[in-house]
Write a protein that binds this ligand. Structure first.
Ligand SMILES: [Zn+2]
Length: 434
């Protein structure tokens, strides 16, 4: 199975300069090639990957700086653009603006980028034009390298390896019939119908009796401490006062990037751990479909208890949690390949107001952030657990999103089909809906 491994690079000063230069060239190649495609489309014509590649080779004679980036990396940019345009349409593809773009480029041929282990803690990878670059070997590679991606995140350069770990996809879960509904929340990031509470500070497995929530306090505090949330707001205010293109603005943006980078890493770590536990213990994991939530504009998660800056902070935290939710879904789908779990998404409308015992719907049943007390039958439960149970109960009406769901489709499903090479002129297989 394909899997990703990311390590922090220890570029020397010269390599940092090269990386910045290559990233800049990639950005301008993307933008120029996109503009060219649009120009052709305006005239009712079409230009494809092969032609653009040939023109790039010619352009190198007029613009020698193009040759300072590894040739394969630039070809990969054109290939990515081609794929993006085919998938979403030329007019839907965005420019890579200097301010918004997270620098990233890929070496597609593993034979050009050999990887070596240097002792227990360090490894190194050879990158054309860069030479050997050291990286912190925080976990074993555990597979054959298929491609190498260099990216900048927060304030460091990272190397990501796409590897083939050679493991087969799990045919069946070790605990058939086990099911869990998962509710996302503001106080606790994720709660299951079995009464497990997952938060970054304590990914716990304790079964909680009704109405004793773990981790009272600031919403989502586990991902951003109160101090950090305040700092975030302060930086945002400072950013609003700076002028575009100013040195000061650059500084503030860098500080924000550092803070958000830390947050992203925490969130990714949490997602990986939570997904591991959920898929290890449950053959079916039922999630809320976030898109449906957005449409119904659910106000769940608002705090009853007042406090300083609660509206702003919880707004911020909710934004973080919303973003993280997709990450958890992706992590679950990825882990499910190893355990054989099935991931199902359901419509989450009114899950927090519905009684999981008698199915009566009443907003008044939601007594407080933590307590659910049914106005019809008197059923008392932790509000998040009750919501998670409702999510689980809707499993039958849900949408199967994990790879295992393919078993229900006829054999030879397109989902698993490897995309055919675009270089050979064939159209790529449509991507799976998930
Ligand atoms: Zn009830």
């Amino acid at each position: 199975m394909l899997a990703g491994r990311r390590y922090r690079l220890e570029f020397d000063f010269g390599q940092v300069l090269i990386a910045e230069k290559v990233a800049g060239i990639c950005r301008s190649v993307w933008n120029t090639a996109l503009e060219q495609r649009r120009e052709y489309r305006r005239r009712g014509a079409y230009i494809g990957y092969a032609q653009q590649c040939a023109q790039l080779a010619e352009a190198k004679q007029d613009f020698p700086w193009l040759a300072e980036a590894p040739a394969q990396v630039l070809q990969q940019i054109l290939k990515d653009l081609d794929q993006a345009c085919r998938r979403h349409g030329t007019w839907k593809i965005h420019w890579k603006s200097r301010a918004r773009w997270k620098p990233s480029f890929r070496f597609p041929t593993p034979t050009h980028t050999p990887v070596e282990k240097l002792g227990r803690k360090w490894g190194r990878v050879f990158l054309p034009k860069f030479g050997w670059a050291k990286f912190r070997l925080s976990r074993p590679l555990g597979g054959r390298v298929k491609s190498v991606t260099i990216c900048f995140d927060g304030r460091h350069w990272f190397v990501s390896f796409l590897i083939d770990d050679g493991l087969p996809e799990a045919a069946e879960h070790r605990l058939p019939g086990t099911e869990a509904g998962v509710d996302r929340g503001v106080v606790t990031a994720a709660t299951t119908s079995e009464g497990e509470f997952f938060d970054r500070a304590h990914v716990t497995e304790h079964t909680v009796s009704a109405c004793t929530p773990p981790g009272e306090g600031e919403p989502g505090s586990a991902f951003l401490s109160a101090k950090e949330a305040e700092r975030y707001l302060r930086l945002q205010r400072r950013l609003a006062r700076t002028q575009r293109g100013s040195k000061r603005r650059k500084k503030v943006v860098a500080s924000l990037g550092k803070l958000m980078g830390r947050l992203r890493m925490r969130r990714a770590d949490f997602n990986a751990q939570t997904a591991h536990r959920l898929t290890r213990d449950h053959a079916t994991v039922v999630l809320e479909d976030l898109q449906v939530t957005n449409m119904t504009a659910s106000a769940r998660g608002t705090l009853e208890r007042p406090g300083r800056n609660v509206a702003q902070k919880s707004g911020l935290n909710r934004a973080i949690l919303n973003k993280g939710w997709y990450g958890l879904e992706r992590a679950l789908i990825s882990k499910a390949r190893y355990t054989g779990s099935v991931i199902v998404k359901v419509n989450p409308t009114h899950t927090s107001q519905t009684c999981s015992a008698c199915t009566a719907v009443d907003p008044k049943s939601r007594e407080s952030q933590a307590v659910f007390r049914c106005t019809t039958c008197g059923h008392v439960e932790h509000a998040d657990v009750n919501a998670a149970k409702n999510i689980k109960n809707r499993k039958a009406a849900g949408l199967v999103v994990s790879g295992r769901g393919d078993l229900q489709a006829p054999a030879g499903s397109v989902k698993r089909q490897a995309p055919r090479s675009i270089a050979r002129g064939a159209y790529p297989a449509p991507r799976a809906a998930a």
